[in-house]
Design a binder for this molecule. Structure first.
Ligand code: CAA
Length: 445
């Protein structure tokens, strides 16, 4: 059977940064550790005045095409996943293709383009679409580009304001991939939920606390569904587990629940029994409240054990290293987590060729998906080519007053002009409005 998966990835961060401990917390009158420890975030990325979902997506895609020596003729499909679209008809992929056509010979007229929407899970769904297109043999030897791009802005003063972010990930989907092969098994947890939505509005209506519970509930369903096709998951099966990361504290909660689930009735549970007891079983309690209290106590004790910490530090913590400095990139977030994990392996001389990743995606509204991926021979070379640290370090550090202006600049209901803070260099920039209200772009050398 043909091996299909992610051949290469590139990432593009918004060129501005808001420091949560130094700038956000003092303004809110909060202890900085609420953000750095509680949410697990140091900073958020923001788009400069000339950036948006198109420029970030096109810049990531251009880096990908340049690095892989690709021309438009090599690409048969461009899918964009976003929940920050500014157009209800014309897909963002057409704007991105238009940008790329300014700098390459040839065009993308032959390429199927679309836009996927299901909150933050749409990037993973777009990879799925590309995978199915290639596996069905309809790609005529061509590859697919998936771009996950978002400007994750919340209403000023919303509890989610601390978890904002902006950036894009571009992924090349192809046969015989260099980075990871996608496995066949997938698990879903999907339900009609109203935890986070944008009914024809730019900024989300969010029930933050409930959204956390919905994330956990759908992830749990997806894990059980995954196990129903792939068999029971064991701790030893996976080198890393990249999760959708709205903020690292969310993943900390999900990881602990996943650990409890996969270690139940295993030697790992037994090994912990002397220290914290066995996991509570519903049948041993008279009612739900007692059982739930016992589970809470078990979870709290579990998180302090060396056994759990060692697993978490090796398998989950490495996936969060980029997210900590850039915030939530919605559709791109789980793909940032995958990059972070492989970057960690690369930097720590860990050879993960042939090892597996358990990838857990999530979109509000709500749906979780879990699947496995196998790391391929070329992963080391691919990850070596990324310049994530340079991009993150080069961002302009906003003051509070500047942040307020940047937020207004990107508010679709405000018509705010704002001088740029950074100088664009070899990148696409937003260049004003066309006669039909379309956004226009140009490439700056
Ligand atoms: N030191 C250390 N920790 C501290 C602290 C301090 N001084 N002060 C607070 N904390 C801890 C809290 O205990 C809490 O941790 P636990 O949940 O583990 O107890 C954490 O910091 C956050 O504190 P609060 O819960 O008080 O924070 P909040 O209510 O202001 O905001 C939130 C939290 C509701 C999740 C908010 O960030 C939010 O609405 N975010 C947007 C929605 C979101 O991201 N939801 C996630 C699931 S939905 C999803 O994944 C889709 C998506 O991308 C949006």
């Amino acid at each position: 059977m043909t091996s299909v998966g992610i051949d290469a990835v590139e990432l593009w961060t918004g060129n501005l940064k808001l420091d949560l401990a130094e700038t956000f917390a003092p303004e809110k009158g909060d202890d900085p550790e609420k953000y750095t420890k509680g949410l697990g975030l140091r900073a958020s990325s923001f788009p400069d005045s000339y950036e948006d979902i198109v420029t970030m997506g096109a810049n990531a895609a251009k880096r990908l095409m340049d690095r892989k020596g690709l021309e438009p003729d090599d690409i048969g499909r461009i899918d964009v996943a976003t929940e920050s679209s500014f157009d209800n008809s014309k897909p963002i992929s057409t704007y991105i293709a238009g940008c790329l056509e300014q700098v390459y010979e040839g065009d993308f007229h032959h390429a199927n383009k679309g836009e996927r929407k299901f909150a933050c899970i749409a990037g993973t769904q777009s990879i799925d679409d590309a995978y199915n297109w290639i596996r069905a043999g309809r790609n005529r030897g061509r590859k697919a580009i998936v771009v996950a791009t978002d400007t994750a802005l919340y209403e000023r003063g919303d509890a989610g304001e601390a978890t904002q972010g902006a950036g894009a990930v571009a992924l090349l989907i192809d046969e015989d991939p260099d980075l990871v092969e996608l496995t066949m098994e997938q698990g879903y947890g999907s339900a009609d939920e109203t935890d986070f939505l944008k009914p024809n509005q730019q900024f989300p209506s969010v029930d933050g606390k409930r959204s956390v519970q919905v994330y956990l509930a759908r992830m749990r369903e997806a894990l059980e569904d995954y196990e129903s096709v792939a068999g029971d998951v064991h701790l030893e099966d996976f080198a890393y587990a990249p999760f959708h990361t709205p903020f690292p504290g969310m993943v900390r909660k999900a990881a602990a629940l996943a650990y409890r689930h996969v270690t139940r009735d295993t030697e790992h549970e037994e090994a912990l029994a002397e220290e914290i007891g066995r996991q509570p079983r519903r049948e041993s309690f008279d009612d739900d409240a007692e059982y739930e209290e016992a589970v809470r106590e078990y979870m709290s004790a579990l998180k302090d054990t060396d056994q759990y910490r060692e697993w978490y530090d090796a398998t989950v913590d490495p996936t969060l290293s980029i997210s900590r400095d850039v915030g939530n990139w919605y559709t791109a977030s789980v793909h940032v987590a995958r990059i972070a994990a492989l970057k960690y392996a690369y930097e720590n001389d860990r050879d993960v060729t042939g090892e597996s990743l358990l990838v857990a995606s999530y979109g509000s509204g709500a749906q979780a998906e879990i699947h496995g991926e196998t790391v391929q021979d070329g992963w080391h070379e691919e990850i070596a080519e990324l310049n994530v640290d340079e991009q993150v370090a080069a961002r302009y550090d906003l003051s509070w007053a500047e942040y307020e202006e940047v937020h207004d600049r990107h508010n679709h209901d405000m018509d705010k002009e704002l001088e740029e803070f950074t100088t664009p260099n070899e990148e696409f920039v937003f260049d004003g409005w066309g006669r039909m209200g379309e956004r226009k772009y140009t490439y700056v050398e």
